[in-house]
Design a protein around this ligand. Structure first.
Ligand code: AMP
Length: 445
């Protein structure tokens, strides 16, 4: 996949690559029979399956295929082969909105125009029960007429954050756009967290920099959870007021979309141009039936499973939350959660973490059963009470210098596993662990 000039499903001529994320590559393509330009997002099924996101993606596709709005990139078609999923999407010729910010902050009128289009898209999708959950610069694209198009609406399972351009992303690929309640894992209202992200986006459009920024993750989370930000003096007073209501750390009192749309600053020159779906009535049935809208080639099921990874998986906050329901970033703020799973963050490189784990394995006389980038499978050399102990370590990437490591055991005695971890592994990991996540099982170092 990836070679220019390839024909896909006898229907699309694939062109250049437009962008890349963790799970997907996006290509320009042309429909051979109509000549129409499209973007094709190619998703590696194996990676999605490894992350156990297939079911979520199936559900989201069924919802997405029925969402139609002039400010939301339309999903035209979904196809699948044995190894890949292809999303055929409306092509946004103008590229990313935030490329415009490379030249500096936007004028108030331009920022308002994009903000109106963003809110319009968000309002439409929310009214249909679809939440974005990962609104951020990469998801705001422009068509050839400069109209804002929000991408990946409802496809939160595929959210990804890979660019490291310094201005709009902090050093650690941190959740600068994420609402406080999201990373506190208290269960959150998708609508309210989207509103928070829209507030951050409005701020960035007018300021040219982020409202919350800190090289230290803990301090960044603290700033976000207290909504500790200051508006530059060139922000109009109405905007300052609006932002204080959108960036309210309490989702219960945070302003609603309806209220934002009544705001006089927002309303200036606003015209709502909804394009709604003809098949709206069918949506409820589809949601109820939860039927996947995926056409499969080669009769392959979508749930094949292969245990292998090519690269360290790069994650953003949403990925982490989707990947692991038990993972609670609030552990970074308050260490009081009772969790069985072992996870820690490290400010070391993936290779340093891997060498450390291998060293520990050698010391504990554990055999290395498998080693792929980011994944290490270890096995005990003798039978324990309930068979041979196996330990698996998976490294996920926040950024090249910031990782999350998950330790698991798939076989052997739980007690033996916990004792091994507590008495041998934890002390040995001490110098590379930045913070253990939400564990009460094991004492904090
Ligand atoms: P994504 O994986 O959706 O974040 O896409 C990665 C990058 O590919 C985006 O940041 C865009 O630069 C580009 N891209 C994604 N979708 C489209 C599209 N429909 N039209 C044009 N460019 C796109």
């Amino acid at each position: 996949m990836g070679s220019k000039g390839r024909v896909l499903m006898q229907k699309y001529d694939l062109g250049r690559m437009l962008g890349q994320g963790n799970f997907a590559k996006v290509y320009y393509a042309r429909n051979i029979s109509t000549g129409k330009s499209v973007a094709i997002k190619v998703i590696d099924k194996e990676k999605v399956q490894r992350a156990e996101l297939m079911e979520q993606i199936r559900r989201e596709i069924s919802v997405m295929s029925l969402v139609k709005h002039s400010n939301v990139l339309q999903l035209y078609e979904v196809m699948a082969t044995k190894t890949k999923i292809y999303f055929v999407i409306e092509y946004a010729k103008g590229g990313e909105l935030f490329n415009k910010l490379a030249k500096g902050r936007l004028k108030e009128s331009a920022a308002r125009k994009y903000f109106q289009q963003l809110i319009s898209a968000v309002d439409y999708c929310h009214s249909r029960g679809v939440y974005h959950r990962d609104l951020k610069p990469e998801n705001l694209l422009l068509d050839e007429n400069g109209v804002l198009k929000v991408s990946d609406f409802g496809l939160s399972a595929l959210s990804e954050s890979k660019r490291q351009d310094g201005l709009l992303h902090t050093a650690c690929g941190t959740p600068a756009y994420v609402a406080p309640e999201v990373f506190c894992s208290k269960g959150y209202d998708g609508a309210k967290s989207d509103i928070w992200s829209c507030g951050v986006i409005l701020y960035v459009l007018l300021a040219g920099f982020l409202p919350f920024h800190d090289d230290n993750l803990i301090l960044l989370y603290r700033k976000i959870s207290k909504a500790d930000f200051k508006c530059p003096n060139w922000f109009p007073p109405e905007v300052k007021k609006l932002l204080s209501k959108m960036l309210d750390p309490n989702p219960a009192t945070r302003v609603s979309i309806a209220r934002i749309m009544q705001n006089p600053w927002f309303r200036k020159g606003f015209s709502s141009t909804y394009v709604t779906t003809k098949t709206e009535d069918k949506r409820k049935d589809l949601l109820a039936a939860d039927s996947g809208d995926v056409s499969c080639e080669n009769n392959n099921t979508l749930d094949e499973h292969k245990e292998h990874t090519d690269t360290v998986t790069s994650l953003n906050a949403f990925d982490i939350i989707s990947l692991s329901a038990g993972f609670d970033l609030s552990g970074l703020l308050v260490k009081n959660e009772q969790k069985k799973e072992m996870k820690f963050t490290s400010m070391n490189s993936a290779s340093t973490i891997m060498s450390k784990l291998e060293g520990i394995a050698r010391h504990l006389k554990l055999k290395i059963k498998k080693k792929d980038a980011g994944l290490l499978k270890l096995e005990g050399s003798k039978e324990g009470r309930k068979g041979v102990l196996s330990v698996e370590a998976q490294i996920f990437e926040f950024s090249p210098a910031c990782h999350l490591v998950e330790l698991n055991s798939s076989s052997g005695d739980t007690l033996e596993y916990q004792q091994t971890i507590e008495q041998s592994v934890r002390p040995a990991l001490k110098d590379i662990v930045w913070a253990w996540q939400g564990e009460q099982h094991f004492q904090q170092d």
